[in-house]
Design a binder for this molecule. Structure first.
Ligand SMILES: [Zn+2]
Length: 411
């Protein structure tokens, strides 16, 4: 399913991929921080700025334009490596801070001008076969230019940007990508929207008729799905080939790549959405689907290592509702690897660092319950016992160390 309605024009196809809609609150913040930094262009003069792969027409100040070009080149380096295709040609961009600086005729595309007026962006591409020439029209606010530049790279190098969920999800990732950084780092309004809304199902995102530029809210869900698939070790290996297949217009599909683990993805996708926050590490909180679980016969015990720097980890212990298990944990872990203070599995005075558990059954989780470093606990329901070091989901990556936990079933 393509995200745009192609218009035939002399044998070539012109398409407009995406308009990113920036919520008012985000625009206000961007403007505020810009003026506070003192980097605003007083003159508002339009100038051309060039780098290796970009030609930017803009009324940004030279310093702001330089910063933008650096960001664009940096992002292009990451995405062209990811998609294994060096960028062809130059991407032309109109990046507008104040439309008052742009008299009629200075922005060559009326549709582009209209989007800029609405503080949005659009990429207009002229495509012939599997190559194209793309022009970006973007407001200077937020990460709109970076987002659009992802579409432009795809259009110029592959002649397509892929179906809406992939095209927009990856373009959103593009504006946030930082080298070697796996933690979630998105605008606060994205986190807030996802955490306060009824989750969109995978099917709704991948197979809906939603169109590009529909709403920033839909962009948030697409970003979340792409971020999960790209960073979760359970799915990342299939995600890149799927994306390359999509862009190279091979007969690939989401169902083909992930149909056999659809339940797993749905579970981890919801898990991610419910805990989403800046700093969240999908890679560290991935679910272990391979571990085998067996019941603990009376009078026996099982010992597992639990890492502080991971999400829920399998114990291999299968429990029934109201089963009473004894626990004995040894060792200590840290909630901040840069500081010397360590705590045991009993946790600190606020309960942080305490050993806690959940029971997984049929892709559902029990509420989290406290286990601690000694004594006994009662399983709330039947299923597989998973445990973790209690800490904010956004700071799991700061944790360090392991404890050894022995679970025993009374005789
Ligand atoms: Zn887009």
């Amino acid at each position: 399913m393509f995200s745009f309605a192609p218009r035939r024009l002399g044998g070539a196809v012109v398409f407009a991929a995406c308009l990113l809609i920036v919520p008012a609150v985000a625009s206000a913040q961007t403007v505020g921080s810009g003026s506070a930094s003192g980097a605003a262009a007083p003159s508002g003069a339009r100038q051309d700025y060039r780098s290796q792969h970009f030609l930017v027409h803009s009324d940004l100040s030279p310093a702001e334009a330089k910063q933008l070009l650096e960001k664009l080149e940096y992002m292009l380096g990451i995405i062209s490596t990811y998609w294994a295709k060096p960028p062809k040609g130059v991407i032309e961009c109109y990046v507008v801070k104040d439309l008052a600086n742009w008299p009629a005729g200075t922005i060559p595309d009326d549709y582009g001008r209209e989007k800029i007026q609405r503080k949005e962006g659009v990429t207009v591409s002229l495509v012939l076969g599997n190559e194209g020439r793309a022009t970006v029209y973007a407001t200077a606010e937020g990460g709109v230019a970076q987002h659009e530049a992802v579409h432009a790279y795809c259009a110029q190098n592959f002649g397509t940007t892929g179906p809406t969920w992939y095209s927009e999800g990856m373009a959103e990732m593009g504006q946030y990508w930082k080298k070697g950084e796996l933690a979630v780092a998105v605008h606060d309004y994205v986190v807030e929207h996802i955490r306060t809304s009824e989750p969109k199902s995978l099917n709704e995102i991948v197979n809906s008729n939603d169109r590009t530029g529909d709403s920033w809210q839909n962009y948030a869900w697409r970003w979340a799905l792409c971020h999960l698939l790209a960073t979760n070790p359970n799915y990342a290996a299939n995600f890149r080939p799927l994306g390359l297949g999509i862009l190279n217009q091979k007969p690939v599909s989401f169902e083909q790549a992930y149909g056999h683990v659809a339940d797993h993805i749905s579970f981890e996708y919801l898990f991610f959405l419910q805990r989403l926050c800046n700093g969240y590490r999908v890679d560290l909180c991935a679910w272990d689907w391979k571990r085998k679980f067996t019941a603990l016969p009376p009078g026996t015990s099982r010992t597992v290592q639990v890492a502080a720097g991971k999400g829920y980890q399998p114990t291999g212990v299968l429990v029934k509702a109201d089963d009473r298990l004894e626990v004995a944990a040894t060792g200590s872990w840290k909630l901040d690897k840069t500081k010397p203070a360590a705590v045991t599995a009993a946790g600190d005075t606020d309960g942080e660092g305490k050993l806690v558990g959940v029971v997984f059954h049929n892709f559902q989780l029990s509420d989290e319950f406290e286990i601690g470093d000694s004594g006994a606990f009662t399983a709330p329901s039947e299923g597989q016992l998973f445990v973790r070091c209690k800490s904010d989901w956004g700071s799991v990556g700061d944790n360090f160390g392991n404890v050894t936990v022995k679970f025993s079933a009374p005789k």
